[in-house]
Design a protein around this ligand. Structure first.
Ligand code: SF4
Length: 308
Protein backbone atom coordinates (compact mmCIF):
# COMPACT_ATOMS: atom_id res chain seq x y z
CA UNK A 1 0.00 0.00 0.00
CA UNK A 2 3.03 2.31 0.22
CA UNK A 3 2.49 3.77 -3.22
CA UNK A 4 -1.23 4.36 -3.45
CA UNK A 5 -2.73 3.50 -0.08
CA UNK A 6 -4.01 5.58 2.78
CA UNK A 7 -5.07 4.30 6.14
CA UNK A 8 -7.14 6.33 8.59
CA UNK A 9 -6.44 5.68 12.26
CA UNK A 10 -7.61 7.57 15.29
CA UNK A 11 -4.61 9.82 15.93
CA UNK A 12 -2.52 9.28 12.82
CA UNK A 13 -2.63 8.79 9.09
CA UNK A 14 -0.69 5.83 7.79
CA UNK A 15 0.13 4.32 4.47
CA UNK A 16 -0.54 0.73 5.44
CA UNK A 17 -2.72 -1.19 7.87
CA UNK A 18 -0.15 -3.84 8.65
CA UNK A 19 3.42 -3.63 9.86
CA UNK A 20 5.13 -6.54 11.60
CA UNK A 21 6.79 -4.33 14.19
CA UNK A 22 5.31 -1.65 16.36
CA UNK A 23 6.55 1.05 13.96
CA UNK A 24 4.22 2.02 11.14
CA UNK A 25 4.64 3.96 7.89
CA UNK A 26 3.15 7.21 9.14
CA UNK A 27 2.20 9.80 6.57
CA UNK A 28 1.11 12.14 9.36
CA UNK A 29 2.00 10.82 12.84
CA UNK A 30 -0.45 13.27 14.39
CA UNK A 31 -3.75 13.36 12.59
CA UNK A 32 -7.30 13.67 13.78
CA UNK A 33 -9.64 14.06 10.85
CA UNK A 34 -8.31 17.21 9.21
CA UNK A 35 -8.82 17.67 5.46
CA UNK A 36 -5.77 15.92 3.98
CA UNK A 37 -3.07 18.25 2.68
CA UNK A 38 -2.50 16.74 -0.78
CA UNK A 39 0.92 18.33 -1.35
CA UNK A 40 2.24 17.10 1.99
CA UNK A 41 0.75 13.65 1.36
CA UNK A 42 2.57 13.08 -1.90
CA UNK A 43 5.73 14.78 -0.70
CA UNK A 44 5.98 12.01 1.88
CA UNK A 45 4.98 9.19 -0.47
CA UNK A 46 7.45 10.34 -3.12
CA UNK A 47 10.23 10.56 -0.57
CA UNK A 48 9.56 6.91 0.38
CA UNK A 49 9.55 5.93 -3.28
CA UNK A 50 12.86 7.63 -3.96
CA UNK A 51 14.45 6.18 -0.83
CA UNK A 52 13.30 2.69 -1.80
CA UNK A 53 14.67 3.11 -5.31
CA UNK A 54 18.00 3.79 -3.61
CA UNK A 55 17.65 0.71 -1.40
CA UNK A 56 16.72 2.62 1.73
CA UNK A 57 13.59 1.03 3.15
CA UNK A 58 11.35 2.19 5.92
CA UNK A 59 12.12 0.55 9.23
CA UNK A 60 8.44 -0.35 9.57
CA UNK A 61 8.54 -2.35 6.34
CA UNK A 62 11.63 -4.39 7.06
CA UNK A 63 10.88 -8.13 7.30
CA UNK A 64 7.27 -7.59 6.21
CA UNK A 65 6.09 -10.75 4.46
CA UNK A 66 4.32 -8.63 1.86
CA UNK A 67 7.49 -6.95 0.58
CA UNK A 68 8.11 -7.75 -3.05
CA UNK A 69 10.29 -6.44 -5.86
CA UNK A 70 8.37 -4.38 -8.42
CA UNK A 71 8.84 -1.19 -10.36
CA UNK A 72 7.62 1.85 -8.47
CA UNK A 73 4.83 3.92 -9.99
CA UNK A 74 5.32 7.64 -10.37
CA UNK A 75 1.69 8.78 -10.45
CA UNK A 76 0.12 10.49 -7.50
CA UNK A 77 -3.24 8.98 -6.71
CA UNK A 78 -4.94 6.88 -4.02
CA UNK A 79 -6.64 3.63 -4.96
CA UNK A 80 -6.75 1.82 -1.62
CA UNK A 81 -8.40 3.28 1.45
CA UNK A 82 -8.44 1.59 4.83
CA UNK A 83 -10.82 3.03 7.43
CA UNK A 84 -10.16 2.01 11.01
CA UNK A 85 -10.36 5.21 13.04
CA UNK A 86 -13.36 4.12 15.13
CA UNK A 87 -13.21 1.99 18.28
CA UNK A 88 -16.85 1.59 19.27
CA UNK A 89 -17.74 -2.07 19.39
CA UNK A 90 -20.53 -4.32 20.64
CA UNK A 91 -18.12 -7.17 21.44
CA UNK A 92 -15.15 -7.29 23.78
CA UNK A 93 -12.77 -9.87 22.31
CA UNK A 94 -9.89 -11.04 24.45
CA UNK A 95 -7.53 -10.62 21.49
CA UNK A 96 -8.69 -7.16 20.41
CA UNK A 97 -5.75 -5.31 18.96
CA UNK A 98 -7.44 -2.08 20.01
CA UNK A 99 -6.11 -2.66 23.48
CA UNK A 100 -7.44 0.60 24.84
CA UNK A 101 -9.22 1.97 27.87
CA UNK A 102 -12.97 1.19 28.15
CA UNK A 103 -13.62 4.95 27.87
CA UNK A 104 -11.93 4.97 24.44
CA UNK A 105 -14.20 2.17 23.28
CA UNK A 106 -17.21 4.44 23.49
CA UNK A 107 -15.49 7.67 22.44
CA UNK A 108 -16.73 9.26 19.25
CA UNK A 109 -14.36 9.88 16.37
CA UNK A 110 -13.99 12.18 13.37
CA UNK A 111 -16.19 12.02 10.26
CA UNK A 112 -14.53 10.34 7.31
CA UNK A 113 -16.93 11.28 4.48
CA UNK A 114 -15.85 14.95 4.19
CA UNK A 115 -12.24 13.75 3.97
CA UNK A 116 -13.02 11.22 1.24
CA UNK A 117 -15.16 13.79 -0.58
CA UNK A 118 -12.24 16.21 -0.63
CA UNK A 119 -9.84 13.55 -1.98
CA UNK A 120 -12.42 12.69 -4.63
CA UNK A 121 -13.09 16.33 -5.59
CA UNK A 122 -9.37 17.01 -5.92
CA UNK A 123 -9.06 14.04 -8.30
CA UNK A 124 -6.76 12.14 -5.92
CA UNK A 125 -9.14 9.32 -5.05
CA UNK A 126 -9.33 7.08 -8.10
CA UNK A 127 -12.66 5.77 -9.36
CA UNK A 128 -12.77 2.03 -8.72
CA UNK A 129 -10.66 2.32 -5.58
CA UNK A 130 -10.71 -0.47 -2.99
CA UNK A 131 -12.22 0.23 0.39
CA UNK A 132 -11.25 -1.81 3.46
CA UNK A 133 -12.87 -1.48 6.85
CA UNK A 134 -11.36 -2.40 10.21
CA UNK A 135 -12.50 -0.88 13.44
CA UNK A 136 -14.22 -1.11 15.96
CA UNK A 137 -17.44 -2.47 14.59
CA UNK A 138 -18.57 -0.97 11.30
CA UNK A 139 -22.28 -1.83 11.62
CA UNK A 140 -22.55 0.52 14.61
CA UNK A 141 -20.23 3.20 13.18
CA UNK A 142 -22.15 6.44 12.57
CA UNK A 143 -21.24 6.81 8.87
CA UNK A 144 -21.50 3.16 7.81
CA UNK A 145 -24.78 3.45 5.88
CA UNK A 146 -23.71 6.73 4.27
CA UNK A 147 -20.33 5.33 3.18
CA UNK A 148 -22.02 2.38 1.53
CA UNK A 149 -24.61 4.59 -0.14
CA UNK A 150 -22.19 7.24 -1.35
CA UNK A 151 -19.07 5.27 -2.22
CA UNK A 152 -20.11 1.64 -2.71
CA UNK A 153 -23.64 1.45 -4.15
CA UNK A 154 -22.89 4.51 -6.30
CA UNK A 155 -20.18 2.45 -8.02
CA UNK A 156 -17.35 4.86 -7.19
CA UNK A 157 -15.41 2.20 -5.31
CA UNK A 158 -14.85 -1.20 -6.86
CA UNK A 159 -15.61 -3.13 -3.70
CA UNK A 160 -15.67 -2.82 0.04
CA UNK A 161 -14.18 -5.48 2.34
CA UNK A 162 -15.57 -5.30 5.86
CA UNK A 163 -14.32 -6.98 9.00
CA UNK A 164 -17.43 -7.31 11.16
CA UNK A 165 -18.28 -9.35 14.23
CA UNK A 166 -21.75 -10.05 12.79
CA UNK A 167 -23.61 -9.20 16.00
CA UNK A 168 -25.70 -6.51 14.31
CA UNK A 169 -27.21 -7.23 10.91
CA UNK A 170 -26.75 -4.38 8.43
CA UNK A 171 -29.26 -3.96 5.62
CA UNK A 172 -26.84 -1.59 3.82
CA UNK A 173 -24.09 -4.21 3.82
CA UNK A 174 -26.59 -6.85 2.71
CA UNK A 175 -27.69 -4.61 -0.19
CA UNK A 176 -24.08 -4.00 -1.24
CA UNK A 177 -23.46 -7.76 -1.08
CA UNK A 178 -26.48 -8.41 -3.28
CA UNK A 179 -24.87 -6.13 -5.87
CA UNK A 180 -21.56 -8.02 -5.39
CA UNK A 181 -19.92 -4.80 -4.22
CA UNK A 182 -19.14 -5.89 -0.66
CA UNK A 183 -17.59 -8.79 1.11
CA UNK A 184 -17.63 -9.47 4.82
CA UNK A 185 -15.27 -11.37 7.06
CA UNK A 186 -16.84 -12.48 10.32
CA UNK A 187 -14.41 -13.59 12.99
CA UNK A 188 -16.26 -16.39 14.73
CA UNK A 189 -13.13 -18.05 16.18
CA UNK A 190 -15.18 -20.88 17.64
CA UNK A 191 -17.86 -23.43 16.86
CA UNK A 192 -19.82 -23.47 20.08
CA UNK A 193 -21.55 -20.98 22.29
CA UNK A 194 -19.38 -21.39 25.40
CA UNK A 195 -16.10 -20.95 23.58
CA UNK A 196 -17.53 -17.99 21.69
CA UNK A 197 -18.55 -16.37 24.96
CA UNK A 198 -15.11 -16.94 26.46
CA UNK A 199 -13.37 -15.33 23.47
CA UNK A 200 -15.75 -12.52 22.54
CA UNK A 201 -16.95 -11.87 26.11
CA UNK A 202 -20.53 -11.36 24.90
CA UNK A 203 -23.29 -13.94 24.67
CA UNK A 204 -24.21 -13.48 21.00
CA UNK A 205 -23.29 -16.78 19.35
CA UNK A 206 -26.81 -17.75 18.21
CA UNK A 207 -27.54 -14.25 17.00
CA UNK A 208 -24.34 -14.17 14.93
CA UNK A 209 -25.11 -17.56 13.38
CA UNK A 210 -28.54 -16.25 12.33
CA UNK A 211 -26.93 -13.18 10.76
CA UNK A 212 -24.32 -15.28 8.93
CA UNK A 213 -27.19 -17.28 7.43
CA UNK A 214 -28.89 -14.06 6.31
CA UNK A 215 -25.71 -12.71 4.71
CA UNK A 216 -24.93 -16.02 3.06
CA UNK A 217 -28.32 -15.98 1.37
CA UNK A 218 -27.17 -13.26 -1.05
CA UNK A 219 -26.72 -14.23 -4.68
CA UNK A 220 -22.90 -14.03 -4.65
CA UNK A 221 -22.39 -15.34 -1.13
CA UNK A 222 -19.75 -17.90 -2.15
CA UNK A 223 -17.51 -14.96 -3.09
CA UNK A 224 -18.47 -12.46 -0.44
CA UNK A 225 -19.21 -14.14 2.91
CA UNK A 226 -16.22 -15.43 4.83
CA UNK A 227 -15.73 -16.85 8.29
CA UNK A 228 -12.51 -16.34 10.17
CA UNK A 229 -10.79 -18.36 12.86
CA UNK A 230 -8.16 -16.48 14.83
CA UNK A 231 -6.08 -19.08 16.60
CA UNK A 232 -5.60 -18.19 20.27
CA UNK A 233 -2.91 -20.27 21.96
CA UNK A 234 -4.25 -22.42 24.80
CA UNK A 235 -7.81 -21.23 24.14
CA UNK A 236 -9.02 -22.48 20.77
CA UNK A 237 -5.94 -24.21 19.27
CA UNK A 238 -7.79 -27.47 19.49
CA UNK A 239 -8.79 -29.83 16.68
CA UNK A 240 -12.21 -30.56 18.13
CA UNK A 241 -13.05 -26.85 18.36
CA UNK A 242 -11.78 -26.18 14.86
CA UNK A 243 -13.85 -29.01 13.39
CA UNK A 244 -16.93 -27.61 15.15
CA UNK A 245 -16.17 -24.27 13.50
CA UNK A 246 -16.03 -25.93 10.07
CA UNK A 247 -19.33 -27.70 10.77
CA UNK A 248 -20.93 -24.32 11.45
CA UNK A 249 -19.43 -22.92 8.25
CA UNK A 250 -20.88 -25.84 6.32
CA UNK A 251 -24.28 -25.38 7.94
CA UNK A 252 -24.24 -21.68 7.02
CA UNK A 253 -23.30 -22.48 3.37
CA UNK A 254 -19.95 -20.72 3.67
CA UNK A 255 -17.32 -21.46 1.04
CA UNK A 256 -14.39 -19.30 2.19
CA UNK A 257 -12.44 -19.67 5.43
CA UNK A 258 -9.81 -17.21 6.67
CA UNK A 259 -7.27 -18.31 9.25
CA UNK A 260 -4.99 -16.15 11.34
CA UNK A 261 -3.25 -16.18 14.70
CA UNK A 262 -3.54 -13.78 17.59
CA UNK A 263 -1.51 -10.67 16.61
CA UNK A 264 -0.71 -9.62 20.16
CA UNK A 265 0.74 -13.07 20.89
CA UNK A 266 2.79 -12.97 17.67
CA UNK A 267 4.33 -9.63 18.51
CA UNK A 268 5.12 -10.76 22.05
CA UNK A 269 6.91 -13.80 20.63
CA UNK A 270 8.55 -11.73 17.89
CA UNK A 271 6.83 -14.08 15.41
CA UNK A 272 8.91 -16.98 16.65
CA UNK A 273 6.05 -19.24 17.68
CA UNK A 274 6.26 -22.83 18.95
CA UNK A 275 6.47 -25.72 16.49
CA UNK A 276 3.39 -27.30 18.06
CA UNK A 277 1.35 -24.22 17.30
CA UNK A 278 2.72 -23.99 13.77
CA UNK A 279 1.68 -27.61 13.26
CA UNK A 280 -1.82 -26.80 14.41
CA UNK A 281 -1.98 -23.86 12.01
CA UNK A 282 -0.87 -26.03 9.09
CA UNK A 283 -3.33 -28.72 10.10
CA UNK A 284 -6.20 -26.20 10.23
CA UNK A 285 -5.49 -25.18 6.64
CA UNK A 286 -5.24 -28.81 5.43
CA UNK A 287 -8.38 -29.83 7.29
CA UNK A 288 -10.36 -26.94 5.74
CA UNK A 289 -9.11 -27.79 2.25
CA UNK A 290 -9.96 -31.46 2.70
CA UNK A 291 -13.51 -30.53 3.56
CA UNK A 292 -13.78 -28.49 0.37
CA UNK A 293 -13.41 -24.94 1.67
CA UNK A 294 -11.42 -22.18 0.00
CA UNK A 295 -8.79 -21.08 2.50
CA UNK A 296 -6.84 -17.86 2.93
CA UNK A 297 -4.28 -17.25 5.64
CA UNK A 298 -3.91 -13.76 7.04
CA UNK A 299 -1.11 -11.34 7.94
CA UNK A 300 0.09 -12.61 11.31
CA UNK A 301 -0.07 -16.23 10.18
CA UNK A 302 1.91 -15.43 7.03
CA UNK A 303 4.42 -13.33 8.93
CA UNK A 304 5.14 -16.22 11.35
CA UNK A 305 5.79 -18.66 8.52
CA UNK A 306 7.86 -16.16 6.52
CA UNK A 307 10.21 -15.77 9.49
CA UNK A 308 10.85 -19.49 9.91
S1 SF4 B 1 -15.05 -7.33 17.23
FE1 SF4 B 1 -13.09 -6.47 16.58
S2 SF4 B 1 -13.06 -4.38 17.39
FE2 SF4 B 1 -14.69 -5.49 18.46
S3 SF4 B 1 -13.70 -6.21 20.33
FE3 SF4 B 1 -13.55 -7.86 18.79
S4 SF4 B 1 -11.57 -7.56 17.80
FE4 SF4 B 1 -12.05 -5.64 18.91
Amino acid sequence: MLEHGICFYNGNLCSCCYAPLKYAPYIFPYYNGEIVNIDALFLKINRWRNDAKNNHYLRSCQNCHQLETRDWADDNYIDQVYITHFYKCNANCIYCINDIKPSDKVRDTYDIIPILDNLKDKGVLKKGFELHIGGGEFTIYKESDAIIEKYVLSGFSSRIAIATNGIKFSKSIFNAMQENRACIIISLDSGNRNLYKKIKRVDCFDNVINNIKLYSSTVHSKDNTFLKYIVLPKINDNKKYFKQFLDIALDCSIKGIKIDIDGIYCRQKNYNIDEELLDFMKWSVDCSLEKGFDVETFSFYNQCFSMK
